[in-house]
Design a protein around this ligand. Structure first.
Ligand code: FAD
Ligand code: DLZ
Length: 521
């Protein structure tokens, strides 16, 4: 081979049709895949997340080799491991003396910053290609966003529907409406159960990786023996097939429902596979549309699923790149409280929070409404500082990559961006949780008791939040009118709420250092 092209493939770029592989000849290319310490330890990722990524990377390397590519794979435990992507690329440049480096842009700002230095470091040409697995490029989003007073997912989503032609009939939205959100909020009926999803049992490669994680990352959060995420495109395909056949029809109606011990409900559980590149988001949307056209799934389910992907997923990705690096440090509500320890231990009498944290620990996953309306909502109401909350969400979920985690946490859940992403804070009292779940029935706290002993803490915290942010929120047309309810309560009742919330907040034990980051230890 004359001087090869070096093609580094990152841990979430496990796609055969990746931009940097397209049009490349196998004879002239060396693919570089790197397990590196810096990525495994910049936060103390859930054990399952590290095992999933390493296993999926190792399987992908085998798959590429089987297809005839030359793959240079560097293992975490190699004695010479350079710890960082840049260090590993430097070692690979020594080994292969490439004529050029071609890489698909990183999904995360931190990693792309490092890649942007490569042209100055290496003598050969460095070419960075747009990641065309996303439907909307970073530049396209910027063009759409620039000059707008407010960014709203709904407007963006309609553009994406028109651009992709998904669920469009003669230029109009299928069924006559763009959005069937109102039909995505059915409360769970008693005994609501979804069919179990297929689990991918660990093979030899995964078993090796599990042993590695047990050895090197023993003090990281989370259970490892429950790891069942797809680690190959074929396994992800099986998971997708099961979703389309068995759960998509009910996905729409119960999208916002929560049931104790039912961790997946009718959700697709495909985010890890999509984020790693094992499944193509556009193909999934096309398949969902086929299910609707063939009469196998109702429109509220199919539109809801497509909205999550070409709407929310694309929107938060564009939003992330549009607002980085400022998004990382934004704290519009000046929230300063430390994350409570129970986020790590699960030890709380709030049955809903305990269940969501149990599922997080056990599965490295909880579904959207648990993330937003329990874990996020509590942090918002209690005024937990965004840094702590961001770290927690980045650590604990197997699908957590900063480009998707940060906008969801800082902007959607915590309103820390001051309303750039969402038109109002997603703040809710026990009333909402009681309506949308079966959590409150068996809980030590009473959802209908507003203050004092035995009252659900979400009730007093809700008004504490509203009261302390009145100056900011009263003029918000979507939320401002609740202040007339607050005023009608009278001073004594208001004081009752504030005291109840304060008493509860005093009981919160701050998280011990060292759960999220090594440098805190
Ligand atoms: P489903 O409910 O089946 O939805 C289908 C797909 O739509 C998902 O797989 C995902 O790709 C996409 N999707 C749905 N909602 C969103 C959203 N808000 N943003 C982006 N994509 C979305 N998602 C991540 O992938 N990684 C994260 O780190 C992450 N952190 C989150 C933190 C908070 C506070 C909140 C509120 C949401 C977060 N989400 C994150 C979005 C969402 O909760 C997960 O994508 C979803 O729970 C994954 O489960 P699922 O595949 O069963 O999703
Ligand atoms: C999250 C993660 C971990 C734990 N380890 C690696 C790794 O060793 N090698 C790798 O290529 N990627 C890893 N990742 C994903 C990266 O941290 C990062 O999210 C992606 O490169 C996207 O920017």
């Amino acid at each position: 081979m004359s001087k090869p092209i070096l093609i580094p493939i990152l841990g979430d770029q496990l796609t055969r049709s990746l931009a940097s592989l397209k049009g490349r000849s196998k004879d002239e290319s060396v693919i570089l895949m790197m397990e590196v310490w810096d990525e495994a330890t910049y936060v103390k990722h859930h054990k399952q997340k590290i095992a999933l990524i390493f296993s999926a990377m190792r399987h992908f390397a085998v798959d590429l080799r089987d297809a005839g590519w030359t793959v240079d794979y560097t293992f975490l435990t190699d004695e010479e491991n350079a710890h960082s992507f840049t260090g590993e690329v430097a070692r690979a440049v020594e080994r292969h003396d490439p004529s050029a480096i071609h890489i698909t842009e990183a999904s995360e700002w931190r990693v792309q910053q490092a890649i942007d230095q490569w042209q100055d470091k290496f003598a050969c040409e460095v070419r960075v290609l747009p990641d065309d697995r996303f439907i909307c490029s970073i530049g396209q989003f910027r063009d759409w966003a620039e000059g707008r007073k407010t960014l709203r997912m709904e407007n963006f989503y309609q553009e994406m529907r028109k651009q992709t032609g998904l669920l469009m009939d003669d230029g109009k939205p299928a069924g006559g409406q763009w959005n069937y959100d109102k039909e995505n909020r059915k409360p769970p009926k008693d005994g609501l159960k979804a069919p179990p999803r297929p689990r991918s049992e660990p093979d030899e490669i995964t078993a090796e990786v599990i042993a590695l994680v047990e050895d090197k990352f023993a003090d990281h959060f989370g259970d490892l023996d429950t790891l069942k995420w797809p680690v190959t495109a074929a396994q992800a395909e099986t998971a997708a097939e099961a979703f389309f056949n068995e759960r998509l029809p009910e996905f729409g109606a119960y999208q916002d429902a929560m049931v104790h011990g039912q961790d997946d409900l009718f959700h697709s559980m495909l985010s890890t596979s999509i984020n790693l590149g094992l499944l193509d988001p556009m193909e999934l949307c096309q398949r969902a549309e086929r299910e609707y056209r063939e009469g196998n799934a109702p429109l509220n389910s199919v539109e809801g699923f497509i909205r999550q992907i070409i709407g929310w997923r694309e929107y938060v990705r564009g939003f992330y790149w549009f607002h980085m690096p400022d998004l990382e440090s934004t704290n519009a509500l000046n929230a300063q409280r430390a994350l409570p320890d129970f986020y790590w231990t699960g030890k709380t009498d709030m049955r809903c929070m305990a269940d969501a944290i149990r599922s997080t620990k056990q599965n490295a996953h909880s579904h959207h409404i648990q993330r937003l309306m329990l874990l996020g909502n509590f942090a918002l109401l209690a005024g937990i500082n965004p840094r702590d909350v961001q770290d927690w969400f980045l650590v604990v979920y197997a699908d957590a990559f900063e480009w998707v985690e940060l906008p969801n946490v800082a902007a959607m859940a915590l309103y820390a961006d001051g309303g750039k992403l969402a038109s109002k804070p997603y703040a809710a009292s026990a009333n909402y949780i009681n309506k949308m779940s079966d959590y409150c029935k068996g809980c030590k706290y009473s959802a209908s008791t507003k203050t004092g002993e035995g009252a659900c803490p979400f009730n007093a915290l809700y008004w504490h939040f509203m009261d302390r942010h009145r100056d900011t929120l009263e003029s918000n047309h979507r939320i401002g009118r609740i202040y007339s309810n607050w005023d009608r309560m009278g001073e004594e009742r208001q004081a009752d709420y504030i005291e109840s919330a304060d008493r509860f907040l005093e009981t919160l034990e701050p998280a011990k250092k060292g759960w999220a980051r090594y440098q805190d230890q």
